[in-house]
Design a protein around this ligand. Sequence first.
Ligand SMILES: Cc1cc2nc3c(=O)[nH]c(=O)nc-3n(C[C@H](O)[C@H](O)[C@H](O)COP(=O)(O)O)c2cc1C
Length: 390
Amino acid sequence: MKTSSLFETVRLGNQTLRNRIVLPPLTRSRSTQPGNIPNELMATYYAQRASAGFMVTEGTQIEPRGQGYAWTPGIFSEAQIEGWKAVTRAVHREGGTIFCQLWHVGRVSHRSLQPGGEAPVAPSAIAAEDVKVFVETGPGEGALANPDQPRALTTEEVEELVKLYARAARNAIDAGFDGVEIHGANGYLVNQFLSEHTNHRTDQYGGSLQNRLRFLDEIVVAISEEVGADRLGVRFAPLFESTNEERVYLGLVESDPHGTYLEAARLLQRRGIAYISIAEADWDNAPELPESFCAELRNAFDGALIFAGRYTPEKALKMLAAGYGDLFAFGKPFIANPDLPDRIRRGLPWNEVDPATMYGGSAKGYIDYPTYDSGQETAGPVTAPAATEA
Ligand SMILES: Cc1cc2nc3c(=O)[nH]c(=O)nc-3n(C[C@H](O)[C@H](O)[C@H](O)COP(=O)(O)O)c2cc1C
C-alpha cells in the first residue's frame, strides 16, 4: 500500500474528509486568564495544522469542576464560546474540519482548580494515586501537585452531569465546531465510570458492565438529541496488560478490557455515532493492541475508526491495509510539524518536539515550529521517518 492511500478522502459521519491524517486532542494549556478563554494564539496554532483531514481540540472542560490542570480551556461560559469562534473560523478558512473534545477530569484534579476550593468529584471516593496534576502557583507559573481526595457524586448529580455534557455540545456547535468528541480515555471521568477500580457505586451507574457503561450511554444519547449522532465521536484508551504501575493509578486497567470496549463499541454502533477513536498506550515498551481486538472492533462498529499512539506512516498503512483503521492520528509529530501531512506525502524529515514547551507558556514551542518549505532552522533535532512507500 502506498503513502498516497493516506490522502484518499474518507467519510466521517456525514462529512467527507480530505485525507486520513488526524490532529488528535493535545492539551497545550495556553488559554487566556482569568476564565480559561480560547484566544488568537490558539486560533493561529490550530489554523497552522488545518491540512489534517480531521482535527480534535485539546481536552476542553464542560464545566468548572471538569478542570484538572492550569490554563486548559472551557466550553461553558459565553466568553469561552466567543473565544472558540475565532478558532473555528480560522480552521474553516483553511478548509479544515474540527471537533471539540469534551473533557471532565473527575477525580484527577486539585482543590485549587475547583470552584470554592471544594473536593473534586468522582464516581466513588477513591483517590488517584501516583499521578500529578498541574496547578497554578502564580501568574503564568505552575507546579505539579497530587490530586486531592475526591467525593462521590450523588445519583442526581450524575444525571445533572449528563445534561452538562449535552449543554457543552450545544455550546460547541454554537461556537462553530463541526462536532464533538467525548473524552472517554486516559483515566478521566467517563473512564472512571467504566473501570471497576474507580467505580464502586451501588446505584444504576455501578456494578455490572452494563451499569458502568450507563453514564457514557446517557451522555451519548443526550448529545445525539442535542446536536446529532453524526456529529459525535468517543475516545477510549483500552489497555491490555497490568505490569506497568503507571496504568493502575489512571484507573485504566480493567480486568477484561477486550470485553469492556467491545461491548462499548456495540453500544455506540446501536447509537449510530460517527466514530470511535482509540488512544493506544504510548510509553516505552507499551503493549500493542491485540490484533484480535482490532478485528473484533472493526466487526462491531461501522463508523470511522481512528487510532493514535506512536504512529508512523508505515504503521498507519499497515492498519489501513488490514482494514482495521480509517484515520490515523499523530500527536507529538503534529505539535512539531504544522505541515505534517505535506511532510508525509513528500517523504520529508520531521522536526522533533520540545517537551519543555508542551504544556503552558507562550508562542514559543507552540506556533513557531517551521514548515519544511519555510527552510528555517528546526526547533529540535531532525528525525527522518522511515521510507514512506510501504
Ligand atoms: C502534550 C500532550 C497533550 C495531550 N492531551 C490530550 C488530551 O487533551 N486529550 C486526549 O484525549 N489525549 C491527549 N493526549 C494524547 C494524544 O492525543 C495521543 O493519543 C498521544 O500523544 C499519542 O500519540 P503520539 O505518539 O503520536 O504523540 C496528549 C498527548 C500529549 C503529548
